[in-house]
Design a protein around this ligand. Structure first.
Ligand code: FES
Ligand code: MG
Length: 582
């Protein structure tokens, strides 16, 4: 018999009654060999697992779950592991983003409908982190995030290579004729040589850092390599801690405050994080009832140096980042420079963010740079507005060429991704290094799912001339592992009738990152006349008419500035116990 719980457990509504319903809930659980005393007064801890062999980055999660279970059992809780939709980035087509909201619905309903007092979210591959946090936030029970950790450094020809980033680099080199196709393929096995997520500061590492800076994880969760034994220790300790969080009623809403999101935005600038974080943080905030605006990224993030020297913005990988001190060392540096806006924000271990990091050691100034010699003076996400993006667009300064961030050029327009692929390497394409590549119909509705195609590879004939970057504009996203002077998330998207749909070859466009402006240099009347001439929404309407999840997605997805959540999913619906099933 365990000791009396300190509060009425949610799970007691299933297992706590000596009647027909209690019989049913307990009896079927007993077919797993669970003795009576496990149900009596113990917090039931759900372990929400995104394990899947189709999500290679999360394929080691059953072992991770075992360590969480040991921690839960040791602390006097009872762990129950359950699977949810695993949206793996590398295999899923047309993009893992298409199913982020689907996974979040799975998580939300699984938590609410089951006898759970708290939940541990096992996340890794990049969309799994926001998907699970979104679902859990809509329920608002005690929640702790455990990430799977990054892969070890990739190795190729005696050099370190980074997940994703090296693919973009080498594929451009093949097009430029500086390496052979055989050389390119030889890097495949060396890039991914251990369990774990992308080892660059791509979206997975960024979202792991976001989860830690939001206070939803134990310290160091973001950076410990997947195969480092300390990852399993952290999983065990997270299992210990979630049981205490039930007693303390430490719900997600006490952690995911407006102040926590401000800390995360500042952290994103310091780490040179992925543009995907802009969309995901908005979606998570929307689920917990925090009103986060696109302009908060300017207001809070602007002027914050990027001090983490990781690919794709810089040189190193997540292994070095952990050995250098990991995210606690970055947060400490932010705090010492008076740039951590809310050090008093509460975290899942019951301490404040600043308490967790104020004594954090920092071992390597090359990887986590001193404040006065940053990688980029201003690493804050650049939010752009203008007649080309009335609801905003974003650009990641740490991945861009400074000279191109103020640029005036003529558009070379691609109507969609297929059009881009068909013509980009055509020797007859009229394009110079000063042109601006514009691609339409790659937003949430247009692609469907807003694929990571915004970092359009450059025309082969310019690569051969040694051109390494050009301004690119689209309503797409880009992989967190990619780089370049790339304007993304243009909203409203072309397929929603946004002005991007009206751009024509030869139009002049001006980009001014310092002023936050993106202008198509035609007058309003001309813009309206062009938009009236076509129906840019027709293609996505046609796809939606096929029915299925695609229809739901296209009809309900919000634009990028609103986090690409479904309109009907925004908000916290709580975890009131539903009525009995029999
Ligand atoms: Fe899974 Fe990058 S592909 S984290
Ligand atoms: Mg990605």
């Amino acid at each position: 018999m365990s000791s009396q719980p300190k509060r009425l457990l949610r799970s007691a509504a299933w297992f706590g009654s000596a009647d027909k319903n209690g019989f049913m809930y307990r009896s079927w659980m007993k077919n797993q060999g669970i003795p009576d005393h496990e149900f009596q007064g113990k917090p039931i801890i759900g372990i929400c697992n995104t394990w899947s062999e189709l999500t290679p980055c999360n394929a080691h999660f059953r072992k991770l779950a075992d360590h969480v279970k040991q921690g839960v059992l040791e602390a006097g809780g009872y762990p129950v592991e359950f699977p949810v939709f695993s949206n793996g980035e590398s295999n899923l087509r047309p993009t893992a983003m298409f199913t982020r909201n689907l996974a979040s619905m799975d998580v939300e309903e699984a938590i609410r409908g089951n006898p759970l007092d708290a939940v541990v979210l096992l996340v890794g591959c990049d969309k799994t982190t926001p998907a699970l946090l979104m679902g859990a936030a809509s329920c608002d029970i005690p929640t702790i995030v455990v990430s799977g950790g990054p892969m070890l450094n990739g190795k190729h020809k005696g050099k370190d290579i980074g997940s994703g980033t090296v693919v973009w680099q080498l594929s451009e080199q093949v097009k430029a004729g500086t390496i052979s196709l055989h050389d390119f393929m030889a890097a495949e096995a060396g890039m991914s040589r251990s369990a774990g997520t992308c080892n660059t500061m791509g979206t997975a590492s960024t979202m792991a850092c976001m989860a830690e800076s939001l206070g939803t994880t134990l310290p160091h969760n973001a950076a410990i390599p997947a195969v480092d034994s300390r990852r399993y220790v952290l999983a065990h300790l997270s299992g210990n801690r979630i049981v205490e969080m039930v007693d303390e009623d430490l719900k997600l809403s006490k952690i995911l405050t407006r102040e926590a999101f401000a800390n995360a935005i500042r952290t994103n600038a310091a780490i040179g994080g992925s543009t995907n974080a802009v969309i995901h943080l908005k979606a998570i905030a929307g689920r917990i009832g925090v009103d986060l605006a696109l302009d908060d990224w300017t207001r809070i993030g602007r002027g914050t140096p990027t001090i983490v020297d990781l690919q794709p913005s810089g040189r190193f990988l997540m292994e070095e980042f952990y050995y250098a001190g990991g995210l606690p060392a970055v947060l400490k540096r932010l705090g010492e420079a008076d740039r951590l806006p809310h050090g008093d924000a509460l975290t899942v271990n019951g301490k404040t963010l600043w308490d967790n990091v104020k004594d954090a050691p920092l071992y390597d100034d090359e990887v986590i740079r001193p404040w006065d010699t940053p990688l980029r003076e201003d690493g804050g996400m650049c939010v752009l507005r203008g007649n080309l993006a009335p609801q905003g667009a974003v650009l990641k300064p740490s991945a861009a060429t400074p000279e191109l961030m103020n640029h005036h050029g003529q558009a070379v327009v691609f109507e969609n991704f297929d059009d881009y692929k068909a013509r980009i390497n055509d020797p007859a394409l009229e394009v110079t290094a000063d042109s601006i590549l514009v691609m339409k119909h790659c937003g949430p509705r247009g692609y469907h799912g807003m694929a990571e195609v915004g970092n359009m590879g450059l025309p082969a004939k310019l690569l051969e001339q040694g051109v390494t970057d050009m301004v690119r504009i689209s309503d797409a996203r880009m992989s967190g592992t990619a780089y370049g002077t790339v304007v993304l998330h243009v909203a409203p998207e072309a397929a929603a009738g946004g002005p991007l749909a009206a751009v024509r070859n030869g139009d002049w466009i001006s980009l001014d990152c310092a002023a936050g402006s993106l202008q198509l240099e035609i007058d309003d009347a001309e813009l309206e006349a062009r938009l009236a001439q076509s129906d840019p929404t027709a293609a996505s309407r046609r796809i939606a008419s096929d029915g299925g999840y695609r229809q739901l997605y296209i009809e309900h997805v919000l634009q990028a500035d609103e986090g690409c959540d479904f309109d009907f999913l925004v908000g916290c619906r709580g975890a009131e116990v539903p009525r009995h099933s029999h």
